[in-house]
Design a protein around this ligand. Sequence first.
Ligand code: KG4
Ligand code: ZN
Length: 325
Amino acid sequence: MILSIESSCDDSSIAITQIKNSKLIFHKKISQEINHSKYGGVVPELAARLHAKALPNILEECTQYFKNLKAVAVTNEPGLCVSLVEGVSMAKALSISLQIPILPINHLKGHVYSLFIDNSKTLFPMLVLLVSGGHTQLLHVQSYDDIEVLASTLDDSFGESFDKVAKMLGLGYPGGPIVEKHALNGDEKKFAFTVPLLKTSKLAFSYSGLKNQVRLAIQKYPQNRDDICASFQHVAIKHLIHKLKKVLQEKSFKNFAIVGGASANQYLRSEMQNLCDTNKMELHVAKMQFCSDNAAMIGRCAVDAYNLKRFVSLSDISINSRANF
Ligand code: KG4
Ligand code: ZN
């Protein structure tokens, strides 16, 4: 079995995954959302202090599996430095005390592997849209080692833009689920926000301009919260579809997936299903509880890393807050 640790942002999580069949044996996550909510976003030092408290508590629940462990996996990039260090320190301590090797795991790759939790097979090649609080990326994933970034955001990420809109409207954090809920009662045609990067053929995403359009709308029509949420969400997703269509004009794919915290958005899921139907692709999504950050996806990714023998020595494990793939 592999014990995996995730602490890159504001979720403290540990999982145990069986190597031979990728079965998830144990998984627990303690989310800090409530603690950060009043600040409208994650406060790094507070996150680190809460990880230091939560991770040992979760670990206590997995001591029965210690004798079966063949490796310890940990998210070491990208993420908040002070948060990553909490998980990495625990992984180092376990590696020394249990005499098992360490597998450093890239958090973004972990999100891709959230699709294969409890499943020993992967489905590569695949076109993957990663939408989270830190990233908006379109990826061509061919294998564990072969991930090409086809497009990324020039400024804010998709999830971050929901967080900022919620903050401007005084709705709390994380903004994604709250904005989605308000949007259900609103009219998406009420505010004609312009779709970002519509006139350029550049394969990239941008959300800061849309955020500013929303800011101006809030100033002028503060009482129209639901319509603003609906119109914002509609255009934010239209932007993704516009760029995806561009990619699909050039190349066809059999499998398409959305991963990351924002892939829980039902409107996004149904729009992506329509896109897949038109382009004869199969849509893949992770189970709802594995869309946002969790150690189960890190553990599933670590099974492939283990089979590829991607172990590092204690002195070589590094933390890289801004890493890509
Ligand atoms: O993947 P994740 O848990 O953490 C990062 O790696 O960033 O993603 C969290 C992000 C937050 O920005 C949150 O607002 C967004 O995902 N999110 C959503 C929804 N649920 C979570 N965005 C839009 N609609 C949602 N339903
Ligand atoms: Zn994430």
